[in-house]
Design a protein around this ligand. Structure first.
Ligand code: HEC
Ligand code: HEC
Ligand code: HEC
Length: 426
């Protein structure tokens, strides 16, 4: 011990400290990699089949197509020349190293609250833990006036906060940790908070009841996360780490969130996020929901379907095309086929996510804890708009579900959006 100590002090500036620094740096890189998962940087900064973080993903926005950039440490095409301060500005203020403004397709309004310590870990990871990729990302060229990046300065003044993230006093350390992850790195609000006319999130913190009150992404409803009625915090943890639970299975953009981000977080962090979500009061007076006599209503529909008598067109379609997997009581099969009885996706006010699943199908992601991939077939080529409307109307009034009917016109609109979207993403 003694000898090592002496040698170490003699070589203080060489071997021993270097070794210690390496060890610290290794831990810092690992921490940064974890935080990059929490922030889901890879989802936007990587194209399918491409090198991690090399950018080039086209992000479709109402302003036009915005390409994500190369954030590997390549000095020419990536962010190799970024100082830590410049990196912090990009992440939290939407400012590039050259002083130009980023478009908010990069969720910097949400990342605003990321702490200096976490920025440091992220920076260390991106500089030292990510392989540089020599590859230019396609130029984003929006039409006027959006081509004017300086215009974003005004947008930022109006719609972003310049206040650093502050923990809530009087809440437990766990809830505050969850709040931090949800509000900053997790950028859950970028999809789950409604957006205003200028495409800004109507609220960036839980100081507003609109925060996480439900939003829309790529033709899909991201439901309200406020209070999560009917879900325990364990149910939320299971959903986030496996993409499914007894009440729902992921679809739309949330599939990628689970696959690239949430399934990699520690149970402690997921539990903290779930507990935090449970502290938010639910959105008052949503139009749709569940019947008060949920059990009796479930029995009524189940009986009607099993006897196959006096069925309307929607119920007939359900029996012929869906019942084999989702069952006549609408409860599916635990862990395999999600329940449609009491499912939020079926009864939420805006039916477009439901219509989207029926038309396009869906696939549960393969995660470490639940590796099987379960496909739901799409029916766009088998059912016409009136049939899909009849079917959706049936689902929204079957069993315990109670939500307004759906018209063929609404189906036509969703079908068109789907086609446009596929067209643009090509
Ligand atoms: C929802 C998509 C999305 C996510 C998630 C995302 N980014 Fe970005 N990011 C973008 C887009 C798009 C741009 C380019 C915007 C532009 O050109 O105005 C960008 C730009 C950047 C830049 C500026 C680089 C440059 O010079 O062009 C940095 C740095 C950056 N992102 C880092 C990150 C980090 C770190 C994370 C994770 C914590 C992250 N991003 C997560 C979409 C995203
Ligand atoms: C890129 C957009 C996006 C982001 C970011 C996002 N979500 Fe989602 N989320 C969705 C969509 C879309 C759905 C609906 C999925 C469906 O209908 O199957 C959803 C569904 C959910 C659900 C299920 C709700 C229900 O009632 O069925 C939970 C829980 C959830 N998200 C939590 C989160 C959390 C926590 C975060 C942040 C860490 C987050 N989401 C970030 C898009 C997103
Ligand atoms: C071959 C079995 C099968 C058939 C037939 C089937 N589904 Fe599904 N369905 C699934 C699976 C598996 C999922 C989960 C996929 C996912 O969202 O990741 C699912 C998911 C869903 C969801 C989303 C549930 C949620 O919580 O996100 C809805 C809504 C749905 N199905 C409705 C229908 C309707 C309506 C029909 C008939 C037109 C139908 N399904 C036919 C297997 C099936």
């Amino acid at each position: 011990m003694k000898l090592k100590h002496v040698v170490c002090s003699a070589l203080a500036l060489l071997g021993c400290t270097v070794q210690a620094a390496d060890k610290n740096e290794g831990a810092m890189i690992e921490r940064g990699a974890y935080l990059a998962r929490a922030g889901d940087c890879v989802a936007c900064h990587t194209v399918a089949g491409g090198k991690p973080f090399a950018g080039g993903l086209p992000i479709i926005s109402p302003m036009g197509v915005i390409y994500s950039t190369n954030i590997t440490p390549d000095p020419v095409h990536g962010i190799g020349k970024y100082s830590e301060l410049q990196f912090a500005h990009a992440l939290r203020d939407g400012l590039r190293a050259d002083g130009k403004h980023l478009y908010p397709a990069m969720p910097y309004p949400d990342y605003k609250g990321v702490t200096d310590a976490d920025v440091h870990a992220l920076y260390t990871y991106f500089m030292k833990g990510v392989a540089p990729v020599r590859q230019a990302s396609p130029q984003t060229s929006l039409s006027f006036p959006f081509s004017q990046r300086w215009g974003m300065a005004l947008w930022n003044m109006a719609f972003t906060s310049d206040k650093p993230y502050t923990p809530v006093t009087g809440q437990s350390g766990e809830i505050n940790q969850g709040r931090y992850l949800v509000q900053t790195l997790g950028h859950c609000g970028s999809c789950h908070t409604p957006r205003g006319a200028a495409m800004h999130e109507k609220a960036l913190t839980d100081a507003s009841p609109l925060y996480l009150a439900g939003g829309r992404v790529a033709n899909w409803t991201a439901p309200s996360l406020r209070g999560m009625k009917g879900w325990s915090s364990d149910d939320i943890v299971v959903y986030l780490s496996t993409g499914r639970n007894d009440f729902a299975s992921v679809g739309g953009e949330m599939t990628s969130v689970v696959e690239h981000s949430m399934q990699h977080l520690s149970d402690a962090d997921l539990r903290a996020m779930a507990r935090y979500l449970k502290t938010l009061p639910p959105v008052p007076n949503a139009k749709s929901g569940l019947r008060v006599d949920a059990e009796a209503a479930t029995t009524r529909t189940t009986k009607r379907l099993s006897e196959a008598r006096g069925l309307d067109r929607g119920a007939m379609l359900y029996l012929n095309t869906c019942e084999a997997c989702h069952a006549s009581n609408g409860n599916g099969a635990k862990g395999i086929f999600p329940r449609l009885n009491g499912a939020r996706i079926v009864v939420q006010d805006d039916p477009s996510a439901l219509l989207d699943v029926i038309l396009r199908g869906a696939q549960t992601p393969s995660t470490k804890k639940a590796p099987s991939i379960l496909p739901m077939p799409g029916f766009a080529n088998h059912l016409n708009d009136q049939q899909v409307a009849d079917l959706a109307t049936f689902l929204r009034s079957a069993w315990a579900n109670e939500a307004p009917p759906v018209t063929a016109k609404e189906v036509t609109a969703v079908r068109k959006e789907l086609l446009d979207f596929q067209h643009q993403s090509r």
